[in-house]
Design a protein around this ligand. Structure first.
Ligand SMILES: *[C@@H]1O[C@H](CO)[C@@H](O)[C@H](O)[C@H]1NC(C)=O
Ligand SMILES: *[C@@H]1O[C@H](CO)[C@@H](O)[C@H](O)[C@H]1NC(C)=O
Length: 392
């Protein structure tokens, strides 16, 4: 497990440089195959959680998707990942106009989406293709304007414990803490409605052997601009892991969602973070997939008519909607990744629609307290982090 206390103390005191911070996180030696054998299964499970400290955040690879001509974003992403000790590969985004019409799967009533949306769809499909072709077990995919908190490994560690609680069988049992959960099947009826699990008192689940985030997920939706929690009467599992005192979550007055109802804000206390099955997601800033998940996405999204922007296709994939089967998508609110908006002309913010004019006076990353982008100067100078969303 990540030494959370010490991490918090060190980060909190941060007169210390990021180098020290990083050493703390990364300098635990990798587990040798030998120690795996000698400690057996439960040691292996602990080791997998430790992998979240590695250079790819406990995924096999990290990809950043963006248009090659946005060199400004590549510079910024290169700096942010370096400051967080993350290694990644760029994947070139695609301009819609360059896509052959014959290469777009069609239904009989085919209606073309905008070139911007089409290019965005194709870019994501190219990343998935890369993952499947190279048999990558798990991958994190970021769009090139993503930003995150300096404490990202602590957040991902908590996410991993939460997703394990929702999708790993209870230790020594054949059942799950979320009694409505079934893998890639419509949820079981839940007489108790929503199932809230307290993050500080999670049940013991069987050790993971595949990924620190669990053994049977398809997709983790980690950067979005809104999401619903599955309702008690729908076909998605009803479990929620609730952490009520997450110091990285801003107070409710700073929370934003383009999807309503905003259950996180309406029903949970300040500084809550909730992990649940993804439902009605919007915007695709960051997500992780497994090899199985990427294969399913190729089948359900690449090889079917892109009748709507890719984030909505992803929503259908996770909702099991419009002919898509049930998949195992988990989401987190507030999201771990949020879009960074630089200071400068508004029309530069989006590659898709440049209908905005005017000027942003300040740079901003929504809902991210110790934003890496906004703290880059301080991280480099070894100064204390600036909280973008202080309580008072
Ligand atoms: C990080 O951990 C993941 C999960 O165990 C693993 O697949 C990946 O290869 C590791 N990455 C690095 C750079 O060690
Ligand atoms: C892909 O990787 C998995 C597990 O690492 C392995 O079992 C499988 O044989 C590989 N498939 C191919 C086509 O290499």
């Amino acid at each position: 497990m990540i030494p959370r206390q010490s991490l918090v103390r060190v980060a909190g005191a941060l007169g210390v440089t990021i180098v020290v911070f990083w050493l703390l996180l990364s300098n635990i030696p990798a587990v040798s195959p030998q120690s795996w054998h000698s400690f057996g299964k439960s040691a292996k499970a602990r080791d997998l959680l430790d992998d979240i400290r590695n250079h790819t955040l406990g995924f096999e690879q990290v990809f950043v998707l963006g248009l090659p001509e946005r060199t400004d974003r590549r510079d910024a992403m290169t700096l942010s990942t370096a400051l967080s000790g993350i290694s990644f590969q760029f994947i070139n985004g695609v301009l819609g106009d360059s896509i052959s019409d014959k290469a777009i799967p069609k239904e009989s009533k085919h209606k073309k989406i905008s070139p911007g949306a089409l290019g965005c769809w194709r870019g994501h499909m190219n990343v998935l293709q890369e993952i499947v072709r190279n048999n990558i077990s798990t991958a994190l995919i970021l769009e090139d304007d993503a930003d995150w908190d300096v404490r990202i490994r602590q957040q991902l560690h908590d996410l991993a414990l939460s997703s394990q609680a929702l999708t790993q069988p209870l230790a020594g049992r054949n059942s799950y803490a979320d009694t409505s959960y079934r893998y890639r099947q419509p949820a079981k009826k839940s007489p108790d409605g929503i199932i809230n699990l307290d993050f500080n008192n999670l049940p013991q689940t069987s050790p993971v052997t595949f990924s620190p985030y669990g053994d049977e997920w398809d997709l983790l939706w980690l950067g979005h601009c809104g999401m619903q929690m599955p309702p008690a009467d729908g076909s998605l599992p009803k479990g929620r892991v609730v952490s009520k005192d997450d110091e990285t979550v801003p107070a409710k007055k700073h929370l934003l969602s383009y999807v309503k109802p905003y259950t996180l804000k309406d029903e949970y206390p300040d500084h809550s973070r909730v992990v649940h099955h993804a439902y009605e997601g919007l915007c695709l800033l960051a997500y992780a997939v497994t090899q199985k998940g990427a294969q399913e996405l190729l089948r359900e999204i690449a090889l079917k008519d892109p009748t709507t922007p890719v984030d909505i296709l992803m929503r259908w994939f996770c909702n099991a909607e419009r002919g898509r089967r049930h998949h195992n998508c988990l989401a987190i609110q507030p999201p771990i990744f949020n879009p960074h908006r630089t200071r400068g002309p508004k029309e530069d913010t989006s590659n898709i629609d440049s209908k905005w004019s005017g000027w942003w006076d300040t740079a901003e990353t929504r809902m991210t307290r110790w934003s890496v982008r906004l703290n880059a100067d301080k991280i480099i100078a070894g100064e204390e982090m600036e909280d973008q969303f202080p309580d008072k």
